[in-house]
Ligand binder design. Structure first.
Ligand SMILES: [Zn+2]
Length: 402
């Protein structure tokens, strides 16, 4: 089809995963949710199964299709040569319940893993399949609200302390001191379920009681452990991920703070709203809090067993009003643009750029009017200006130039 403009309003896709909240995304998009369905994610990109649509003079057209038809116009020759597709997916997320604890493989590991499973004849949709594609899945998140997540292993001394001070964990302390993090993690991941239940039952009961009595805060693992059992009549089988909640850093981000989840770093989003930018991939190795397949040897192989201090970012100023959060991957970059009636923004798109307004309203090229929750796409090479009537915040996803 003939595209007459180089900037289009974009309509994303809503994902109703069970862990999502029922209010934030409907309010963000200005739609009703009378049945209180969970609205977990709003996807802006060209995922083949859930592509966004551009509003053209011929109606709504799939971005995926437009890229297929004319990749050099839509994503530029250089991005097409390097990635063969739009390499990023931009999301708005509303996390009500803790997501699965997960690790993503590196690009090389994903390629090897995918080829291995293909060669073994494992169907792509088999529940025990680990690698759905040959891509890595780095994720960058920037908080829109007070946001909580698990991210990487805590410092050795902190883990030692929790193992010694928690009566149920004292039997694990010698193993950790003798053999380290990997042995400890592997031991709890391979433990039989009845044993997991036996070790954790009193701890879980105690944390539930302490949370009810107001003795816990969100900085404490127990708060999140107790939350897992809220609304349940009985404790039942206890997810072994409960161990992990005590071993990982609990990170609290303020609005505007970002954190990058690189290959091998175990993580789980726990609560809050964020913008997330990720590579197009479904390669997730899970470590609990999920009914899905857990492949312990594969998970162990790809997990970085080292203590880390979460590298929380606040963004670096690049232009007046614009901050870039540095993502150490070639696939994508993300910027936050804060405008006022006095401070506008103008730039030239370095790639296909997708922008979403997260607060206020904006006028693009004196033509497109956008309010909170609305998004637009700018074709590579197109110049654009953004004006705000009051304060306005946008997030911009792009492919960095090499
Ligand atoms: Zn992840």
């Amino acid at each position: 089809m003939n595209l007459t403009e180089n900037i289009y309003k974009l309509k994303g896709k809503i994902m109703h995963y069970a862990w999502g909240g029922d209010a934030f995304i409907p309010e963000f998009l200005g739609i009703d949710n009378p049945e209180h369905q969970p609205f977990a994610e709003y996807w802006m990109g060209a995922h083949p199964l859930a592509s966004s649509e551009l509003y053209t003079i011929e109606g709504q057209v799939s971005l995926y299709k437009l890229i297929k038809e004319d990749p050099s116009l839509m994503i530029s020759e250089s991005v097409f040569t390097r990635f063969g597709e739009l390499p990023y997916l931009l999301k708005v997320q509303d996390v009500k319940d803790i997501l699965s604890i997960q690790v993503h493989p590196s690009k090389t590991e994903a390629e090897k893993g995918f080829d291995r499973e293909e060669a073994a004849g494992i169907p792509i949709d088999a529940p025990y399949r680990n690698y759905k594609d040959r891509n890595h899945k780095p994720e960058m998140l920037v908080a829109l609200s007070d946001f909580w997540l698990l991210h990487g292993f805590r410092q050795k001394a902190a883990i030692e302390k929790v193992l010694e001070e928690t009566p149920e964990f004292t039997i694990l302390a010698p193993l950790f001191k003798r053999e380290g993090l990997q042995s400890l993690f592997q031991f709890v991941m391979e433990m039989e379920q009845p044993e997991v239940n036996a070790i954790l039952i009193n701890l879980v009961k105690r944390e539930i009681r302490k949370k009810n009595d107001g003795e816990l805060t969100k900085e404490m693992p127990g708060w999140w452990v107790a939350k897992l059992f809220e609304g349940k009549d009985e404790i039942g089988n206890i997810d072994r991920a409960v161990f992990s909640i005590y071993l990982f850093n609990i990170v609290n981000l303020d609005p505007g703070q970002g954190l990058f989840q690189g290959a091998g770093i175990p993580h789980a989003y726990m609560q809050g709203q964020c913008v997330e930018l990720m590579a197009n991939s479904d390669n997730v190795l899970r470590a609990g809090l999920t009914p899905k397949h857990i492949d312990v040897p594969e998970l162990i192989k790809h997990t970085h067993f080292e203590s880390i201090v979460p590298a929380v970012m606040t963004g670096e100023d690049v232009l007046p009003g614009e901050k870039i959060y540095s993502c150490p991957v070639p696939d994508f970059g993300i910027a936050k643009i804060d405008l006022t009636a006095e401070l506008g923004y103008s730039n030239t798109a370095v790639s296909l750029e997708i922008m979403v307004v997260t607060s206020g309203g904006a006028l693009v090229n004196n033509r497109l009017v956008l309010k909170r929750g609305e998004a637009f796409a700018v074709l590579p090479g197109a110049g654009y200006t953004i004006q705000a009537s009051g304060t306005c915040t946008l997030f911009k996803a792009f492919v960095p130039v090499v």
